[in-house]
Design a protein around this ligand. Structure first.
Ligand code: FE
Length: 214
């Protein structure tokens, strides 16, 4: 895990025994030191935020939103119309989730989310972004060659399925609602949520089917 992944560097105990930092980690460390010395940031507050997004807020939030949309047509309709409010009704609000839009996969259309400019991501429902999401290859190629990118994620869609790419911004974040897998009629909402992977809500994967679920 790089410092970039956390948004800031902190000790994990078993990493960095040799005090050797990567370039990015060293820069983050230096910035942190300067800002702390000038009294501009409170390290404890930053640690609390990182801790929250690492352990309390993650893709499970988004999975619950998707599972509810699968079982509750009224909620799905609300999610389509006003994702921010529908998601907030489940208690998922806050940083980088203030303006949400849910895009629904259908038999005709597959949705894929990227931030070509930087790394905008719906923290309130997915937690912190994976490293590849912030990496230049994904950010540039998701737009130019979405089908090729999906193939690299092991997802090959039929040629007649349209791929729609959504470019996130600081103002608007997207949540992909994957299609409900076949053979899930008898499952509870909680069991359905177990099938909703992080990648399926970014669009680089599909929801798991009950047989393939790990
Ligand atoms: Fe961004």
């Amino acid at each position: 895990m790089s410092a970039h992944d956390h948004g800031h560097d902190h000790d994990h105990g078993d990493h960095h025994h040799d005090n050797h930092f990567t370039d990015m980690e060293a820069r983050v460390k230096a910035l942190e030191t300067v800002l702390t010395e000038k009294g501009l940031i409170d390290l404890a507050a930053i640690d609390a935020i990182v801790e929250t997004y690492e352990t309390k807020i993650g893709p499970r939030n988004g999975a619950r939103v998707v599972a509810k949309a699968w079982v509750d047509p009224d909620f799905a309709e609300w999610l389509k119309r006003d994702a921010t409010a529908a998601i907030a009704s489940l208690g998922y609000t806050g940083r980088q989730g203030e303006h949400m839009r849910a895009v629904f996969n259908t038999a005709d259309t597959h949705n894929l989310v990227v931030c070509t400019l930087c790394s905008c991501y719906p923290w309130s429902v997915l937690g912190l972004p994976p490293v590849w999401y912030k990496a230049p290859p994904y950010r540039s190629r998701a737009v130019i060659d979405p089908r090729g990118v999906l193939a690299e994620f092991g997802l090959t869609l039929s040629e007649d399925r349209r791929i729609r790419v959504w470019d996130s911004t600081a103002e608007l974040r997207y949540l992909v609602v994957p299609e409900r897998p076949a053979g899930t009629d008898g499952l509870s909402e909680e069991e359905l949520a177990d099938l909703v992977t992080r990648d399926s809500m970014i669009g680089t994967g599909l929801a798991l089917s009950p047989e393939t679920q790990r």
